[in-house]
Each structure stands twice: as structure tokens, then as C-alpha cells.
Design a protein around this ligand. Structure first.
Ligand SMILES: Nc1ncnc2c1ncn2[C@@H]1O[C@H](COP(=O)(O)OP(=O)(O)OP(=O)(O)O)[C@@H](O)[C@H]1O
Ligand SMILES: [Mg+2]
Length: 249
């Protein structure tokens, strides 16, 4: 059983062929990293998994997509997304909610906590998992604009975790934050995989090497190389993968 299985997935938006025969298997409790140059289709893969692709009315998805055992293309997308957390490239906490409420809302919506005591516990758990608790425990009722960019992004991770997802999608989560915060986020990600399967898009080979169990490399909508991380890093077979891992593309 895999957390995600795609078989011969093709995505068209309008008359553009965006993903081409994508097949992949993502084992439970692993960190699976997707790399590839800009415009290669990385975000689109994530958007197929959580059905955000549906937002594009002219998008068409063909093939088989299994997510957490569900037939993801047939499942009600709102139901599917209850199991899937997502963190985007730019930190996007809810500006009108306190730090506490930013995290609590996710738990409330998903019915994770039933009373204030449970809610306090989930908020603390999520902030600890996101390695932010120590920095905000005395200011839970401040607003996110009082946080640094890296703290905001860890708040977004905590919000995603508070819904107790089975799958976490991270789309270049450290692209807009400093290296110290990036390392904290990486540590958090690695510590999560006992409980959650993580799929992360990154442009940084060193980051991928630190966190990945498996790596797939996408180019122009196709997977050009995939496998266990050490195999991809030590013996990349395609020239493209070699260039990408040297940071040349
Ligand atoms: N709504 C859309 N309409 C038309 N084309 C789109 C749409 N969304 C994405 N694309 C195209 O699909 C391709 C893949 O886009 P995607 O966002 O998945 O790339 P990416 O690998 O995530 O790139 P980046 O590293 O820049 O985030 C690109 O060529 C993009 O222009
Ligand atoms: Mg992208």
C-alpha cells in the first residue's frame, strides 16, 4: 500500500499538455521530494493529489490517481482535502486571526478537538511539531504580522498539522525564508514522518539531500529519474539529473 500512486497521469490545461505519463508510488511515512526546473510541472503534481487542479475549469486529468487508498479523481474533493495538509511557497497565515486561532481553526474545521482543553492541546502539539512553540508560547494572542517570515511559514506548517492530516504537501516551503528558519522547517519535516507522509517540492539539492527518502526529477511534464534518495544523489543516471543536482538548472 502506498500513500499516493499515480499511473499514466496526463494533465491538459486548455490545449496545453502539462503532465505527461506520470507514474509514481509514494510509500507511507516517507519524505518524498519532487525536483525539477521552473515550469516542469511540480506544483501541478501536488494540485492533482489534492484536487486543487479542479480550480482550473479548463483542466483535464487522465489516468489513475490513488491517494490514501481513495480513487482521488472520483472522490469528493472537499472530503479528500480533509486528509491533506498543504503549505505554499509564500507564508499565508490568516492576517485577521491570532496565532492561536490560525492553528485552532484547522483543528476545529476538521473536528479534531471537541472542547477548549483539547483545542489547547492540539494547538500546542502542532506548534511544537512545527518547532515554533518556544518562540510564540507567550504571545499566542498576537497577530501573524508580528512574526518574521520564517515564523509565519512555521505557523502555516502548524496550521496544516492541526487538522491532523495523513498527507502533507509542501510546495517550496523555504523559498522565501532565511537559512536558519529553513533548517528548523527541515527538522520539523523529518520528525513528522513517523505520523505523516510528506511530499515536498524543492529547488535546493542540499535540502533534498537532508530530508528526502525518495526523489523524483521532473522535466517538461515528465519524470526523468526517480528512486531512493541516496541512489539519485550518488548515481544520477541522466545528464539532466546531474545538472539539476549540481544546481546548474
Ligand atoms: N492555469 C494554467 N493555464 C495554463 N498553463 C498553466 C496553468 N497552470 C500551470 N500552467 C503551466 O503548466 C506548466 C507547469 O506548471 P507548474 O506550476 O506545475 O510548474 P512548477 O514546476 O511548479 O514550476 P515552478 O518551479 O516555477 O513553481 C507550466 O508550463 C505552466 O505555465
Ligand atoms: Mg511550482
Amino acid at each position: 500500500m502506498y500513500a499516493v500512486e499515480m499511473e499514466n497521469v496526463n494533465v491538459y490545461i486548455g490545449n496545453r499538455h502539462i503532465l505527461k505519463n506520470i507514474s509514481l508510488k509514494i510509500p507511507y511515512n516517507s519524505v518524498y521530494v519532487i525536483m525539477g526546473p521552473s515550469g516542469s510541472g511540480k506544483t501541478t503534481i501536488l494540485r492533482v493529489i489534492n484536487r486543487l487542479i479542479d480550480v482550473n475549469r479548463d483542466a483535464r486529468v487522465e489516468g489513475t490517481v490513488k491517494v490514501l487508498g481513495f480513487d482521488a479523481l472520483k472522490k469528493d474533493p472537499y472530503e479528500l482535502r480533509r486528509y491533506i495538509g498543504m503549505v505554499f511557497q509564500t507564508p499565508n497565515p490568516f492576517p485577521h486571526m491570532t496565532i492561536y486561532d490560525n492553528v485552532a481553526i484547522a483543528a476545529k474545521i476538521n473536528g479534531v478537538a471537541k472542547n477548549r482543553k483539547d483545542l489547547d492541546a492540539v494547538v500546542r502539539w502542532a506548534l511544537e511539531k512545527a518547532m515554533l512553540w518556544d518562540e510564540v508560547k507567550d504571545r499566542l494572542y498576537d497577530y501573524p504580522h508580528q512574526l518574521s517570515g520564517g515564523q509565519k511559514q512555521r505557523l502555516c506548517l502548524a496550521r496544516a498539522l492541526a487538522m491532523k492530516p495523513k498527507l502533507l504537501l509542501l510546495d517550496e516551503p523555504t523559498a522565501n525564508i532565511d537559512p536558519v528558519n529553513a533548517r528548523k522547517l527541515e527538522e520539523a519535516i523529518v520528525s513528522l514522518k513517523d505520523e505523516i507522509t510528506v511530499i515536498m517540492v524543492t529547488h535546493y539539492p542540499h535540502q533534498a539531500a537532508r530530508v528526502a527518502d525518495y526523489v523524483t526529477i521532473v522535466y517538461d511534464g515528465r519524470i526523468v529519474e526517480q528512486g531512493p534518495a541516496n541512489q539519485i544523489f550518488l548515481r544520477p543516471t541522466t545528464e539532466l539529473a546531474q545538472k539539476l543536482l549540481r544546481g546548474e538548472i
